[in-house]
Design a protein around this ligand. Sequence first.
Ligand code: PEP
Ligand code: MG
Length: 574
Amino acid sequence: MTEIITGLKLSEGIGFGSIFISKRADIDISEREIDAAHINEEISAYKESIQQAHIQLRILRENVGEHLDEDSAAIFDAHIMMLDDPGFNEQIINNINSLNNAEKAIQLAGQVYITKFESLDSEYMKARALDVKDICMRLIANVQGTELTDLTRVDEPVVVVADELTPSASAQLDSKYVKGIITATGGVTSHSAIIARSLNIPAISGVPDILSKVNHGDDIIVDGFTGDIVLSPTEIEMAAYSEKSKAQDEREEKLKDFIGKETATLDGINISLYANIKGPEDINDVTSNDAEGVGLYRTEFLYMNRMNLPSEDEQFEAYKTVLSSTDDKPVIIRTLDIGGDKELSYLNLPKESNPFLGERSIRFLLKNEEIFKTQLRALVRASEHGNLKVMFPMVTTIDEFNRAKALLVEEKEKYEAEIGKELDNIAVGIMVETPSAAIISDQLAKHVDFFSIGSNDLIQYTMAADRLNDQVSDLYQPYHPSVLGLIKKVIDSGRNNNKWVGICGEMACDYKSIALLIGFGIDELSVNPKNILAIREHIAKIKKTDMEHLSEQVLLADSAEDVLYLIEEHLNLT
Ligand code: PEP
Ligand code: MG
């Protein structure tokens, strides 16, 4: 009998296939105790396992690089880095000395990191625990001389079902055969989700009992648009999902007509349509979807998933890669936005009771000048390779902006003195994410080169509703007249001072708010690169003059519901 289960959507698309159950190679740790005289042999076995892991990971990286984009394959660089981490190695050697067993020693050292990652609030950091498990399993298998399971042997259309997929298992997935992935656990920012998206394999997680509900070889359908999993589908269901999948393919094909076109409203007003990225791994999406620039490069991802701060050179390489692969299009790089839900465990910062109202973003950077200067210097060096603009996150006062900009200027002048030539000017702007910045935007506009509205945060701070707290999610209202009033104020302040204004929060991706933002006079939208063409199509149907009328009305509305009704009426959706 058909059964439909709904899970968490990780990667869009519809996939059909027979179930391939992938049980993790759970490795039994041997209880053997080596007598003290042989400890050195145990240490050598451990060291040997590290060497082997290096080779395995390099081969894996090269192999997966052939069917994954190069930057997803770079996940293995993070694993290699962990193998080289002196703290991790020292811990394992100490454990071998006290436990007399290399396998147990690796397991124990890994557990410390796993527990630490799992205790963090950020879903992204929680997902890193799986990377540590993956590395430890590899090392233990090497000590034992056993092999980890291999997904490369799949050679027919399957939907892989697993408790969780380690990053190295995910990287073996071949989209030619793997038509879907279902996991019991794993969040949107887990590596398996990132890889599934980069391979365009539909994926769903958050189905804790999935393994007990399926049989190896049975038919299954995965709908990554809705999160639905159809067990034992009937012929009729198969046909309906095939139709849906075909319609989606056709729509994607049609959207390609918008490649190379300007983004303009029906009445000819140009809007810059840029992409949000996490790093060089997203550049393929930026170019294949014809983004007109990068409106938000969230650099914090470069600082995460590792045990220490990235060096200046490492940052320089990442920024340079992005700048030099975007054909001189604008690339707006945001300086480190850490704090709130994004923690860097290796900095061991004191716990805050209200992290979103604490030492976040620019506040952290101004108090930790060395970390800030390293990033600024890497940015200055990278500016020689493209059209760089720098943006500071979460500014609340003019003083913060001026201090941050002074540090950037200082680093630029130092570097210019070193290389003996002057670099081009670097435009410097801010994210408007706090009501304070929005309210004084007219004064701020005299100092900055541009504004980019961070609506994700601006909504939470305006409505005093934590963006991650389900209990108050009903108050997290993008269409609330108070939020819209602040957005309009920022856009007006930009216009009155000849500074352009963009938006890079999720509102920039929402069709209804896009209409409104155009009515308000927004100059730029920065969105997930995969949405670029559909948004270009949507904007081409909007008349700015109609939306100007709408934007006057919404500011006088009583509630978010009333605003929504007005927008739907104007877009003829009612
Ligand atoms: C925002 O706050 O809207 C934004 C784009 O920044 P982040 O989501 O990274 O906080
Ligand atoms: Mg933000």
